[in-house]
Design a protein around this ligand. Structure first.
Ligand code: SAH
Length: 189
């Protein structure tokens, strides 16, 4: 299996190591629903997935994709910003996924932004169960992307190392500003 193919595939590969049937997960950027469907299929009928997006179009696309996958239960679609995550979810989660940037086919003005992304990431790591994993796919090509990348990198570097392990997986031999992956695992003491 080519699990290094791109940061989304790699994120899913890592999350499969911890997320189990009956588990709980968050997709912080539903977008076109790819990650929501992935999380929902791993947790199965007894699990729960909360998927956030500010754009009604993304919520609509995600709902369609879930329907096509035959997943009618276990997913809560929330048309709100991920920076309000803690107002909508309670308890702890094995997995939280972020896929930053803009929704392909929709306006770049709706892209994720550092001032909301960083508070949302902080809430996400606090919502992880011990051993739980946060994955963040970071894009560097669009307007505003570099500011967001810088803010996310600074936030990641500031996480106390006795509470969270943090790694970055990038693609040094790939052309055209490839997206890369940041992974945070809550240390299981
Ligand atoms: N760049 C990816 C897709 C990212 S989609 C790719 O190329 O496949 C990112 C999603 O985040 C978009 O659907 C956008 O609407 C959403 N988004 C932007 N700001 C948000 C916020 N504050 N809270 C939740 N979702 C947000």
């Amino acid at each position: 299996m080519r699990f290094l193919k791109n940061p989304v595939i790699l994120a899913q590969y890592l999350l499969r190591q911890i997320l189990r049937p009956g588990g709980r997960a968050i997709d912080a950027t539903a977008g076109n629903g790819q990650d929501t469907v992935f999380l929902a299929s791993v947790v199965g009928n007894d699990g729960e997935v909360f998927a956030f997006d500010t754009q009604p179009l993304a919520i609509h696309r995600t709902a369609e994709r879930l329907k096509q996958a035959g997943i009618e239960t276990r997913v809560y679609l929330i048309n709100a910003g991920h920076e309000k995550m803690k107002d909508y979810v309670h308890g702890l989660f094995q997995a939280v996924m972020f896929n930053l940037g803009y929704l392909p086919g929709a306006g770049k003005q709706f892209a994720t932004r550092p001032e909301t992304t960083v508070p949302a990431l902080q809430q996400a790591v606090e919502l992880l169960t011990p051993g739980g994993i946060l994955t963040v796919v970071i894009y560097v090509g669009h307007p505003g992307a570099l500011e967001e990348q810088k803010a996310v990198e600074e936030w990641a570097a500031s996480l106390p190392q006795d509470k969270w392990d943090v790694i970055r997986c990038d693609y040094p031999n790939r052309i055209n500003d490839p997206p890369y992956l940041l992974v945070v695992q809550r240390i299981d003491l």
